[in-house]
Design a protein around this ligand. Structure first.
Ligand SMILES: [Zn+2]
Ligand SMILES: [Zn+2]
Length: 106
């Protein structure tokens, strides 16, 4: 796998975030909303590999018992399929994470 990945050298795994990640991801990611999940697909703003992330949880759903005065902010992790050195076993992606604001329509 990964024949079409950019040959930018081996970017080591690192759990990092940057405000620019969120901006780039917001601009470049496709968002599909399902009833109880949101699927994001695009290129990781750190490693530039294509990735798909599915967010599933109850927080996304509107719950009358939760005071939700703020928009929904969710943490998205890079889940690319490429190899990144120094990545712990069992994890995927390059370690980049960023915050996504989900704009949920009423
Ligand atoms: Zn990657
Ligand atoms: Zn990445």
């Amino acid at each position: 796998m990964g024949d079409d990945e950019p040959a930018a050298g081996a970017l080591p795994y690192a759990e990092v975030t940057d405000e620019a990640y969120a901006a780039r991801a917001a601009a470049g990611f496709a968002v599909r909303e399902f009833e109880f999940a949101v699927q994001l697909s695009g290129r990781c703003p750190r490693c530039d590999h294509s990735m798909t992330s599915t967010l599933v949880d109850g927080l996304y759903r509107r719950d009358a018992s939760v005071v939700a005065s703020d928009p929904d902010y969710r943490t998205v992790l890079c889940e690319c399929e490429a190899d990144h050195p120094a990545r712990p076993l069992g994890l995927r992606g390059c370690g980049a994470h960023w915050t996504l604001r989900l704009e949920v329509e009423a």
